[in-house]
Write a protein that binds this ligand. Structure first.
Ligand SMILES: [Zn+2]
Length: 81
């Protein structure tokens, strides 16, 4: 029953865990309620991201998105479609 990162992101997006979405010229910022905590996520339009979760702190210099960053993207796609 291991949930993939994309599954988790979809669940976060579907259950309204992505909140306080703010758009800036070069990035989008949001707060995502995770399993135990609230995370501050920033997704930059150049494809990189930043997140205060453990995964994000290790990997935010890459484009290997954490579930919170993916959830933010999914939420935005839903809004614009
Ligand atoms: Zn994260």
């Amino acid at each position: 029953m291991s949930e993939t990162r994309t599954d988790k992101a979809q669940r976060l997006a579907d259950t309204g865990c992505v909140q306080a979405v703010r758009r800036y010229p070069n990035y989008i910022k949001a707060q995502v309620t995770g399993t135990n905590d609230l995370y501050n996520v920033i997704v930059f339009f150049d494809g990189y991201y930043s997140c205060t979760c453990k995964w994000g702190q290790c990997r935010s210099i890459s484009k290997d998105f954490c579930s919170h960053a993916i959830a933010l993207q999914l939420t935005l796609e839903k809004e614009t479609s």
